[in-house]
Design a protein around this ligand. Sequence first.
Ligand SMILES: Nc1ncnc2c1ncn2[C@@H]1O[C@H](COP(=O)(O)OP(=O)(O)OP(=O)(O)O)[C@@H](O)[C@H]1O
Ligand SMILES: [Mg+2]
Length: 504
Amino acid sequence: MNAITFENISKYYPSTEVQASDNVSFSIRKGEIHAICGENGAGKSTLMNILFGLERMDSGRILINEEEVTLRNASDALAHGIGMVHQHFKLVPSFTVAESILLGTEEKPFISKKSEVEAVRELSEKYSLPIDPSALIDTLPVGMLQRVEILKMLIRNVEILILDEPTAVLTPNEVGPFLDTLRNLKERGKTIIFISHKLQEVLDASDRITVMRKGKFIGTKESKETNIYELADMMVGRKVLLSVDKKPSVPGETILSVENINVTSSSGLKILDNVSFSVRRGEIYGIAGVSGNGQEALIKAIAGEVQVRSGVIRISGKEVQNLSVEQKRKAGMAYVPEDRVHVGLNVEASLLDNSLLGYEDEKCFKKGMFLDEKKLRERAEKMISDYQIYGSSVDGLVSKLSGGNMQKVVLAREFEHVPDLLIVEQPVRGLDVGSIEFVHKAIIEERDKGTAVLLVSVELDEILSLSDRVGVMYSGSLAGELSGDEINETNIALLMVGKKGGVE
Ligand SMILES: Nc1ncnc2c1ncn2[C@@H]1O[C@H](COP(=O)(O)OP(=O)(O)OP(=O)(O)O)[C@@H](O)[C@H]1O
Ligand SMILES: [Mg+2]
């Protein structure tokens, strides 16, 4: 029995002139875990938004349990047992977990605070999704927020749960338990649709996989009968290199030097404890570590988003520890932050404006007192074509781009600079396989042009394949540094748990 059937679904966006859904037909079986894959901008989120009643299709039919339905809004979808957790969460920071989960289920206005908390606790136990019902949303890590979003759907008794890139925001140690949650939901009879760019995880977790490309349905495969190469090929329409080629580095002078920096939290907790290291021109320095061991604070301190309590940071010899992100950019730094949508972009502005964000004062973009409109426009157009930013013109709003294409706007802007120091956090988060290949090549090219690259990634594979040297963070300190042949999974893993002696 099919839980969902898509029949000839089409959707055109006039504002961006994109055919986001092009006569798409396929089915989701009841009780299966069905993954949807495809390049950035392939139309995955659009199709799911149509199913959740958030977007109207131009033509086509949707069948739920073999019967045609009309989905005008999310309440219609919920009434038909369909729930969705979005790519970017939509929770109110000042609410508690219980309030967030129950928001909108006001059939029982008389329900007391205590029983709200009870109801949420019961639900979280039933589905093995432990959470503190009275915690405040803005104090929770991303993995927990996701749990809140899932519980919010489950309390509405949904039978079909749509998850848009649920694992993109999780750390590697959170992914395993999350996939167990999916299996657990399946065992309880739920149907799961999830979108992901991580092909290995898709193969491990799903029963079947559907691939989309440029708004079209390409095919559905049984997960047991396919592999990452076939999937990558179906997605991109060509063979994709799933590993990177790079020449040995030729390091030059020291660009970034970090000496004994210390960072404490507002409550006086030590976050960074005397960290020292340096990055030279022409090398990629990877920072690895189990998340929560200080690497986020380290990068934010170097980039200028977090204040250091003591210690010295130099870029090309100049002391910069007290400078802001903007001032450091002037000193030769480019920075691709982890949270690109909130920190790296102004989504309500055009691609053109975003291609310049943070660099408006640079002389090379000016003609007299004003911005050189023509030059900037050409530059933005070149970025769009080089980075294959698909789905909008230079004047289009960034908010209309797909999630992955938003990421590319930030990458293009920061890479375009040929900075002395390039800091990249989680460079390929949310990117499709073809774009990952492209971004990895671009990082290596930056290195070969003589940039000092500081890379932070929770993906060990990415650290292994790109870094010339690796620093491993443990408990706020640098547990060790590896270079050349020492860089391997075992050595990094030992340092990640604080075992310094493990490295010969
Ligand atoms: N509200 C909108 N208005 C105009 N165009 C849109 C809108 N939403 C999406 N699009 C366009 O439709 C196309 C498909 O977008 P969609 O978000 O479905 O892609 P996706 O497959 O989810 O990609 P990603 O992996 O990057 O999240 C994109 O080219 C996007 O620019
Ligand atoms: Mg999407």
